[in-house]
Each structure stands twice: as structure tokens, then as C-alpha cells.
Design a protein around this ligand. Sequence first.
Ligand SMILES: [Zn+2]
Ligand SMILES: [Zn+2]
Length: 347
Amino acid sequence: MTKPGPLRAAVTTSKSNVEIRDTAAVVPGPREVLVTVERVGLCGSDIHLFSGDHPYSNYPLVQGHEFSGVIAEIGPDVDGPLTLGDRVAIEPFTSCGSCYPCRTEHPNCCENIEIVGVHRSGALQTQIVVPAAIAHSIGDLSADLGTLCEPVSIALQAVTRAAVVAGEFVLVLGAGPIGQGIVLATSELGADVMVSDLAQNRLDLARHLGATETILAGGDDNLAQRVEQWTNGDGPAVVFDATGASAVIRSGFDLVAASGRLVIVGLSNDDVSLPIVEFTRRELTVLGSRLNTGLFPEAVELVKRNADRIGAMITQRYSLEDAQQALTFAHDHPAEAIKVLIEVSES
Ligand SMILES: [Zn+2]
Ligand SMILES: [Zn+2]
């Protein structure tokens, strides 16, 4: 079983500043478990929280919501399959159960949502208490790959929203971790997948994960021409935006086939302007996608099935003590840092 050693936390105390602090032991309450954190993946929202341009930047904060660990203690009234020593991946949000989206089975859109590492303390610490309901056993999956279940669950939600089926042409705009997860999930479904990104290393990874076509954005190739040739003039049935960039969303709107679906999973506070006539002329379906609804166990299975190749998403690793350097590197090198991992404890 994993030994926690001295208890410590990486605390973001102010913009671009992380301090390593000793922490007191914590005890799980009713329906909670104590998890010894093994690995934490850094995500785009962590970088925004760190650099102070996230709407919820509220210091001091222990960040980290993509993580794996081992059950170290089980609180009272936990029923369910978890046992001491189980390796788990955490589905990092809780919902109120009573607001309109919760009542209609969309807890991912809860009006009172609490995201681990954003609204409450996250995983950049030796141990963390979480509700047992959000801890999912991952069996013999490694601690490293356990951190990928959360970003893959986001991708799986977007793919499920789009209801992708075998044989469809799917265009993925943006090959960060969510775009890569979409490539993996849609290619497994039997779709024909093209990916566009500004960085060649990300396109190479997308091919490794199942894309059949890649195009370097801003390169010599014209995206519209390539898409037209590839789809024999039809356009892709589904376009995913995993960039959140308004110009990219606009291009996805222009490229998607008549009667097609455009799914927006990229995040931004910007506006995007779309020609109204196209909604009706091409009867487009434009979908948003957030977190996931009940798909986390499926995401774990997707990671397990692809355990031999999905690890290539992890590009750098740092110790907990070097959390500030890890966040700084990810902030300064967005193309190279696909998934930066923090090793919190030995496993
Ligand atoms: Zn994330
Ligand atoms: Zn709610």
C-alpha cells in the first residue's frame, strides 16, 4: 500500500506563486473516503487559476482535479464497492441534487456545482478527503494512466452529445488532451477522423491515437480544401471545437456538413458571431458539452482498453515540491506540454 510520508500541500497563494506547506492529517466524515494522492495531471484550467486569469481565481487554493490515488481510510456510512487499498480515479465534482439541471439528470450543469481544485481543495497534496460517490476504482490501471480518466470523461461527454456513429467523417479542431480524447473515442467508434492543430507534435500524437488525417493549422494546406477532398464534397457530419477560439469555432460552423452537428467543448469568455441564415439553411445542430453525466466508468474502460498507447499523452513529470515549475512550464510551453504530471507519492 502507498505510504503517504510527511503530509504536505502545494498551495497557490497568489498569482503565479506556489508554496509547499505542511498540512494536518484529515479524517473522512460520513460517506467520505481519504485518498492518498499518487499522481495529478495539470489541465488548462489549472494554468488559468495559477496565472490569475480564471473567473474563480480565489487564493489560497490547493489546485488539481485530474488525479489518481489509493483509498487510505473509509468513513462511516459508505456503502458500495470501495475497499482499503483500492486505486481510484476521482470524478472531480459534486452537485446539489435539487436544482433544475440536477432534477433532470444533468448534474454536470448543477447551479451549485463544486469542482475539486476550484471551489474546494484539490489534489496537489499528499492526502485528500472526497465523497465516496466520486471515487471510482480503476483496478490494475497504473497511477499515471489513472489521471487521464478525467480528461477522457470530458471527451466522452462531447462524443456522446454528438452521437457519433461508425463511418461518419469527424473533424476535431484542437489537439490538446480533450481533442486527443475525442480522437480516441470517435476512432474507436469507427469514425473517420481528421485533426487540425497548430503544433506538429500534437498531430503526431493524434495519429498515434487513431486519427487518419491531420492538418497543420496555419501551414501551407488550406483546411477547407482538404476537408472538402477528404469528405468527397459532403463536409464532416460532426465537428468538435476543442480550442475555445472564436475564429476556430466560426471555421467549424462553416465546414460542418448540412444537417451536421457542431460540438463546442473548448472554453473561452469571448463571443463568436455566426450567420443566422446558416442555422436554418443547413439545419445545423450546435451543442455545448460540459464535464460528464454518468460516463466516468466508461471513460475508465476507454483508458484501460488503450493503456498501451494513451500514456503518450503524458509529456512531462515533476515532483510535488516542483509544482510551481510544472505550472510555469505548462503555461510557457503550451504546445510541448500536452499533459504535465505531478508525482505526489511513490507507487
Ligand atoms: Zn481539467
Ligand atoms: Zn444542482
